[in-house]
Design a protein around this ligand. Structure first.
Ligand SMILES: Cc1cc2nc3c(=O)[nH]c(=O)nc-3n(C[C@H](O)[C@H](O)[C@H](O)COP(=O)(O)O)c2cc1C
Length: 154
């Protein structure tokens, strides 16, 4: 399980839009810009479905998605890969509706697209580009454990 770090969350908050890529069962790619999106935990992000069409059809057949977020000013970015599902009721859906209605009350959100993030890669230009963020839990004693991040070759 990978952790969405504070650094990744900062880029998500600063970026004006996320790119969401899906693929059909046959492997035909589809990428769309998404404005209504945010992390909802250290392992999950939510994107709100207002207009998704080919995106939705693809996910229903093939739940693997990729997301790209970037901060143009800081030249920082991350690519997330995960498995997506739609929720049409419950807390996530209600939060998604609130997010959209606060900015554009005239829109009618259809569902919350929840992505369980499995992998995060650095896309920032520089020596770490392409490296994967990885979390490993190290248990040092019964009462004490900590996490660290390493960057194995992709
Ligand atoms: C700037 C911008 C922001 C958008 N934000 C969203 C969004 O938050 N949610 C959404 O469902 N569609 C959003 N759209 C529309 C989608 O990008 C896309 O048009 C829609 O998913 C239909 O494309 P598809 O048939 O490939 O899925 C946005 C489009 C633009 C240009």
């Amino acid at each position: 399980m990978v952790k969405i770090t504070e650094e990744v969350k900062e880029v998500m908050a600063k970026t004006k839009g996320w790119a969401l890529a899906t693929a059909s069962k046959e492997g035909i790619p589809n990428v769309v810009p998404i404005a209504f999106a945010k992390p909802i935990s250290d392992e999950k992000v939510m994107l709100v479905d207002v207009f998704m069409n080919k995106t939705k059809k693809n996910i229903e057949k093939n739940p693997n998605v990729a997301i790209s977020v970037w901060d143009f000013d800081a030249l920082k970015g991350y690519q997330l890969k995960g498995v997506a599902h739609f929720e049409t009721s419950g807390n996530n859906f209600e939060e998604g509706v609130k997010m959209v209605k606060e900015m554009m009350p005239e829109l009618e959100p259809k569902s919350a697209l929840i992505v369980d993030v499995k992998e995060i890669y650095i896309t920032s230009p520089g020596p770490d580009v392409g490296k994967r963020l990885n979390r490993k839990k190290i248990t040092t004693s019964r009462t004490f454990s900590f996490y660290f991040f390493n960057f194995p070759a992709a």
